[in-house]
Design a protein around this ligand. Structure first.
Ligand code: 13P
Ligand code: SF4
Length: 317
């Protein structure tokens, strides 16, 4: 029995003792993904959090994800093994910013990406994730103005796929995905002309991927703009020899496990989210042992945010 097996056995023992379910996002460290009860994308994990039976949810992800779980499951204890695990994208907008923006557009519907604080969600009509963003937009009457926040690249993507013009987009970005830019994608795609491309819509290169299609560099059927869960589903059935992945590199662990005959390579191998990686094996053990990292959301904020988060988990597949 080696050290990592001993660690995993201890995590499972403590989780049982505490009556805890461990949820992990696809960007977590490989050992955290492997020890968790469920690993998935933001939407799948939110849906799980809303219906788990365990008394405690240990959320291996970032702060807004644990807050979302708490909003959906207010009677559960939600632990985030490192409460300092934030999100540069969520940091680009405050509740006050949203209130000021709404005042400029009376009557507009506010659609917020799940990568936002609970206080921002409380100012929002419907939340979405990258899995269901287009379906959420389509659930709003066509003639209604929409304020979409905070990610500019996901905003541009939903405008493109829904064909809606009356969407105003907040100019936020995630530093990790913005760093996977058009130049990097173009270079990798040129070096690997037969590869498929899976691109997360938060990427700076999501628009460039479609340019590559437009100019005939990569055939349309080889380029897919997908959430992390969508990438995993596509990976399971692809027959490509190689797929280039434009998202945080933690995703490669699930993709490689799902399909060992295809080679999955990052477009930018430095695209690592240091917030996601703050959840270490040690931190997870500490949280399970001591109950540290409890996440709370004040009742009034949670109540206002819950409507929009519940709409989010009801829309899309
Ligand atoms: P998804 O897992 O929903 O694709 O989200 C990506 C992300 O950046 C979460 O921080
Ligand atoms: Fe936030 Fe980007 Fe990290 Fe996701 S990858 S948690 S959007 S900083």
């Amino acid at each position: 029995v080696n050290a990592s097996q001993t660690w995993a056995a201890e995590v499972r023992r403590l989780a049982d003792e505490r009556g805890a379910v461990i949820l992990a996002h696809n960007y977590q460290r490989p050992e955290i993904q492997d020890v968790a009860d469920h690993t998935g994308d933001s939407l799948a994990l939110s849906r799980l959090a809303a219906r788990v039976e365990a008394d405690t949810i240990v959320f291996c992800g970032v702060h807004f994800m644990a807050e979302t779980a708490k909003i959906l499951a207010p009677d559960k204890t939600v632990l985030l093994p490192e409460p300092k695990a934030g999100c540069s994208l969520a940091d680009t907008i405050s509740a006050e910013d949203v209130r000021a923006w709404k005042a400029e557009h009376p009557g507009a519907v506010v659609v917020a990406y799940v990568n936002t604080t609970a206080a921002v969600k409380a100012e929002t009509d419907i939340c979405c994730t990258s899995s269901n963003a287009a379906d959420v937009i389509r659930s709003v009457p066509e003639d209604t103005e929409i304020l979409f926040l905070p990610d500019q690249f996901l905003g541009a993507h939903v405008k493109r796929v829904t064909g809606r013009e009356n969407i105003h987009v907040w100019m936020g970005e995630c530093h990790v995905h913005a760093g996977i830019d058009g130049a990097a994608l173009r270079e990798r795609a040129a070096a690997e002309p037969d590869a498929e491309l899976y691109v997360h819509p938060e990427c700076g290169c999501a628009t460039s991927a479609l340019y590559l299609v437009g100019e005939g560099t990569v055939p349309q059927e080889r380029v897919k703009v997908l959430s992390t869960g969508g990438m995993l589903a596509a990976a399971e059935s692809t027959t490509a020899d190689k797929v280039l992945i434009a998202t945080e590199t933690g995703m490669l662990h699930q993709l490689r496990a799902a399909n060992p005959t295809t080679s999955f390579e990052p477009v930018n191998p430095r695209a690592e989210c240091h917030y996601m990686k703050m959840i270490t094996g040690e931190k997870l053990l500490e949280s399970l042992r001591t109950g540290s990292g409890e996440i709370t959301v004040d009742e009034r904020t949670a109540e206002r945010a819950r409507r929009s988060v519940e709409r989010m988990i009801a829309i899309g597949t």
